[in-house]
Structures are given as C-alpha cells and as structure tokens.
Design a protein around this ligand. Structure first.
Ligand code: NAP
Length: 304
C-alpha cells in the first residue's frame, strides 16, 4: 500500500531563518480561565517537553468582548520573565491587526503601535514570527508591506505571516514586501478542508509559505462530534486510528501533517497530558487510501 512520508524532525518556516517542530502549540485559550503564571508555565513546559518548539499567541487572545486585550501575551511575558532561559527554546509567534470594535486596522500607525505593544507585553526585544491576524481590506497592501518591512529592518520581527487571508490578499501583500511571507495561518482540520481544495495549499507551496493550521480539531468538535458529518469524519479517523492504538485526535494531527504543503497543526489544548500526547502524531504514517477516506467523509460525497 502506498504510504505517505512522515513529517521531518524540523521544519523551516517558509524562506525565513526560523526552524521549528512540525507541530505547534497555541495559546488562544490560555487566558480564558484565570491561570496563574505557574499554571501557564506548566503548559509552556508541557509543550517544550513534548518537543514542540513553535508557540503561537496573539494580542487579541484573552479578550472577552469588553476587556482583556493582550492578556494571553502578558501572561506568556510573565512566564518568560520568571524563567528567562525559556525564550531561546522556542519560536515565538504572535499576531495583531484585530482591534475591537473597529474591527480590523492595518494602517501604518496602528501596525507600528501594535507590534511595539506586543513586544512590551511579551517582554522581548524581537518577535520571531509576526502575523497579520485578519485582513483589513481598507489597508493598501503596499503600505502594509512598507510598514512591516520597516519593522523587520528595525529588528522587531524576524519573519512575517498572514492569517485568514484570501489567496489574492496573500499574493498582493507578498508582491509588495521586500521580505517574503514565511507562513499562512488558515483554519484547517479534517472538519474544515476548504483550503485543501480551493487552491490555498497550492498557493502556499508555490510561494514557499509554511501553512499553520488553526483549530486542527475543529475547536474540539472532533473529540466530541455531534452533527452527522462530524460523526462521519470522526468514524473515518477512528477506522485508521483504532488498529494502530492511537487516539482520534492524534490521527487528526497526523492527517494534516501528511499533506505535501508541510502543514503545521497548532494544538489548542490547554491540558498538559493532551499536549504531550499530540506530539506522538509525528510518528504516525498514513496510507493514501486511509487519507482519502477521511477526505471523502469530510466532503460528504465520493471523489470523481
Ligand atoms: P483545537 O485543537 O481544534 O481545539 C482545542 C479545544 O479542543 C480545546 O478546548 C480542548 O480542550 C478541546 N479538546 C477536547 N478534547 C480534546 C482532546 N482529546 N485533545 C485535544 N483537545 C481536546 O484548537 P483551537 O484551540 O481551536 O485552536 C488552536 C490554536 O489555533 C489556537 O490556540 C491559536 O493559536 C490558533 N487559532 C488561530 C486563529 C486565527 O484566526 N488565526 C483562530 C483560532 C485559533 P482542553 O484544553 O481541555 O484539552
């Protein structure tokens, strides 16, 4: 049976100087609960102990609709302040550009201020990967590019990514940038296969962007599927996972990593045992037949 390659031990982020594990850990939910610095540190250590070296946050994480802007970054900043040696052990990714209730702002003045504010909250001199969280269609990509090139030249960011951009928006920004985009961060999971079929992954391969998959378990829906389609996708993952003695969630992460674009799933769990288990996905090898069975379940219709 035709098997797909395992992910490499280290993955380079696009054309940047950064290399990371092929699986990441995300902090969207870090500040959902009032976690102490020690609790947050335990999660960071869980990721690092599992060999995960790409940690993703955003300035908006922790915002509950009225307050808390920057809380997740600030908490990570406190973790780093308490244990400075951690900073060099991972690639630090964050995002900006969402500003409630505006809702999006990528004007030069705002971007400058947002990057500076993230640096301050995180207590670092430089952000490894800075990403535009969602596109501001009122910002000209040439102006955005000029601002971000300047942040790169000033040493504030080491690489640049986009998130939730259309293919045309990605191409336009990349066209105007001096530094090439390194990453793109769309929602991808066995429950969200749009960008496997709409050309986004093909564009990523063509431009040399590393895709980071947000909500790789559909925000947790894969762990507890309720709708008929979700149940069918879970069953297809289980059919592969059960004989190997692995969990459905590990199967889901490895399914994403089997894609030739080199997708990096961002594990969203804030549970140390689940974060540790996620890393075992690096040793799971898919067959083409099983992989397509999951795709077909997600499509809901047979392939031609
Ligand atoms: P996810 O992995 O799809 O979902 C994680 C959720 O599933 C957690 O609440 C987790 O709960 C739950 N879960 C239930 N059973 C689980 C199991 N067996 N194993 C693992 N998790 C289980 O990811 P996500 O949190 O939605 O998103 C992941 C990351 O993507 C975020 O942290 C963020 O970095 C990024 N993101 C980016 C955007 C964007 O617009 N760019 C949007 C959303 C997310 P427990 O914590 O209790 O395990």
């Amino acid at each position: 049976m035709s098997v797909l390659p395992l992910p490499p031990a280290i993955r380079r982020l696009g054309v940047s100087v950064l290399s990371t594990s092929p699986i990441a850990w995300g902090m969207w939910r870090l500040a959902d609960e009032a976690r102490s610095v020690a609790e947050a540190a335990r999660l960071v250590h869980a990721a690092l102990d599992a060999g995960i070296t790409l940690l993703d946050t955003a300035d908006i994480y922790g915002f509950d609709g009225t307050a808390g802007f920057g809380d997740a970054e600030a908490l990570l900043g406190q973790v780093l302040h308490a244990e400075p040696g951690l900073r060099d052990r991972f690639v630090l990714a964050t995002k900006g550009g969402i500003l409630p209730p505006v809702p999006y702002d990528q004007s030069p003045a705002y971007l400058d201020a947002a990057i500076d504010a993230s640096l301050r909250r995180l207590g670092v001199d430089c952000i490894d990967l800075w990403q535009i969280h969602r596109p501001d269609i009122l910002a000209h990509p040439q102006e955005v590019a000029r601002t971000l090139d300047a942040a790169f030249a000033a040493g504030k960011i080491r690489a640049l990514g986009v998130s939730n951009f259309t293919m045309a928006q990605t191409a336009a920004l990349n066209h105007f940038l001096d530094i090439d985009l390194a990453t793109t961060q769309p929602e991808i999971s066995p429950l969200r296969i749009d960008c496997l079929e709409n050309g986004e992954m093909d564009q990523a391969m063509m431009l040399g962007l590393t895709p980071l998959a947000w909500s790789p378990l559909g925000g947790g829906r894969l762990a507890d599927p309720q709708r008929p389609r979700d149940i069918a996708v879970a069953a297809a993952l289980d059919a592969f996972a059960a004989p190997l003695g692995i969990s459905r969630t590990v199967a889901a992460y490895s399914w994403l990593m089997a894609h030739p674009a080199g997708i990096i799933p961002i594990v969203g769990s804030q549970n140390p045992a689940r974060i540790a288990e996620a890393a075992s996905a690096l040793t799971v090898q898919w067959t083409r037949t099983h992989w397509y069975a999951v795709l077909v379940a997600a499509r809901g219709v047979a392939l031609p």
